[in-house]
Write a protein that binds this ligand. Structure first.
Ligand SMILES: NC(=O)C1=CN([C@@H]2O[C@H](COP(=O)(O)OP(=O)(O)OC[C@H]3O[C@@H](n4cnc5c(N)ncnc54)[C@H](O)[C@@H]3O)[C@@H](O)[C@H]2O)C=CC1
Ligand SMILES: CC(C)CC(=O)C(=O)O
Ligand SMILES: [Mg+2]
Length: 359
């Protein structure tokens, strides 16, 4: 009998439940194919948790996550909660769960499927060979710094502070180097060291540990230049390591290399094998409830869970192969369809991927 793996499922808001629903079908199909056993425990999270429990991250949900081997997350947020106080915002719950679970490393692969080159807004020849990973620091920086308002000479002022210490920088940069060692051995460390003190400490720290990874070619890239180079020469990037906010922004940009943010999966990791897996996209309120969202980012996040937390490499490959096969056969959700009239819905895409899963 296979060991039972406990997965906390926190679907969240907007398209979160739709895409997570398709990922659960993939989990069930894997049980069938490989004899694995997954015990799913569902928790309220985000806006729906604010509505039902008065907080975006109820203690009960955190408990479910803490007793699980891995977490599958959809997305949170929406206009209904946009004017709430900070404590009652879904996004505060998202930052809170990352911090509470110690998930300092956010791995966001952006791989261009050949058959989707025409789905991107960039020219196919620019995309040729693009296969990169953004390694984003996830529990520090400006998203977590002290925030406040005060009266100033020019009226009300708002202050967000950005703090990084050497330890936080070192552990994420080491991840970047280690991931690069297993790939094409190129690391781009992205900062704004010409202006920001946190970035200067970042760069100093990178330079201090770089000699320990002599096989990795290191380049420092300023974030504004990186945003530009991602569109100019995306295939030249292998691993990009960067701080929280820069990684957030650059990975959404990198998503468009693949055709859609609906394609980008992610893993959030801490010190051990425990991980939280979620699509890079948000709750997409503009299309929520219509059954047209792309579930591939969440389905590929399950493949990452298999690889990085459970060590189910073959099952991960089965999922990735199935996704490729379905895309190669020409099936598209609206976000990646060139001819929108031919687009299929969320559940149809999920069903096709499940049907294509074979050992
Ligand atoms: N991890 C999370 O839970 C995140 C939550 N958010 C929250 O989500 C809400 C919406 O944020 P936005 O800035 O609009 O970002 P978003 O990523 O939700 O949507 C941006 C655009 O991409 C499209 N899109 C996103 N995912 C898609 C999918 N799977 N299939 C097809 N199209 C897709 C949307 O329709 C929209 O046009 C906000 O409340 C925001 O705070 C945003 C990013 C991450
Ligand atoms: C609340 C935000 C930091 C969520 C987001 O945009 C992300 O993690 O990509
Ligand atoms: Mg983001």
């Amino acid at each position: 009998m296979a060991e039972v793996k406990k997965i906390a499922v926190i679907a969240g808001d907007g398209i979160g439940p739709e895409v997570v629903g398709e990922a659960i079908k993939v989990l069930k199909k894997t049980e069938e194919l490989f004899g694995y056993k997954f015990e799913l425990e569902h928790g309220l999270f985000g806006g729906i948790a604010i509505d039902e429990k008065g907080t975006p991250l109820p203690q009960e949900t955190l408990d479910i996550c803490q007793r699980a081997d891995a977490v599958l997350l959809g997305a949170v947020g929406g206009p209904k909660w946009d004017n709430n106080s900070k404590e009652l915002r879904p996004e505060t719950g998202l930052l809170g769960i990352r911090k509470a679970l110690g998930l300092f490393s956010n791995i966001r692969p952006a791989v261009v499927f050949d058959c989707l080159k025409d789905a991107s807004t960039l020219k196919p020849e620019v995309l040729e060979g693009t296969d990169l990973i953004v390694v984003r620091e996830l529990t520090g920086g400006i998203y977590f710094g002290e925030k406040f308002r005060r009266e100033g000479a020019g009226g009300q002022e708002a202050i967000d502070t950005c703090v990084y210490n050497v330890q936080e920088i070192e552990r994420i940069v080491r991840q970047g180097f280690e991931i690069a060692q297993k790939r094409r051995k190129k690391l781009a460390s992205v900062d704004k060291a010409n202006v920001l003190e946190t970035s200067r400490l970042w760069r100093e720290t990178v330079n201090k540990i770089a000699p320990e990874y002599p096989d990795v070619e290191l380049e420092h890239v300023l974030v504004d230049n990186c945003a530009m180079q991602l569109l100019r020469r995306p295939s030249s990037f292998d691993v990009i390591v960067t701080e929280n906010m820069f990684g957030d922004i650059l990975s959404d940009e990198a998503a468009m290399l693949t055709g859609s943010i609906g394609m980008l999966s992610s893993a959030s990791l801490g010190e051990g094998s425990f991980g939280l897996y979620e699509p890079v996209h948000g709750s997409a309120p503009d299309i929520a409830g219509q059954g047209i969202s792309n579930p591939i980012a969440t389905i590929l996040s399950v493949a990452l869970m298999f690889q990085l937390t459970f060590g189910y490499a073959e099952a991960a490959e089965v999922i990735e192969r199935a996704v490729k096969q379905v895309l190669d056969a020409g099936h598209r959700t609206g976000d990646i369809a060139v001819d929108k009239s031919q687009a299929i819905g969320t559940t149809a895409m999920g069903d096709l991927i499940v049907a294509a899963m074979v050992r």
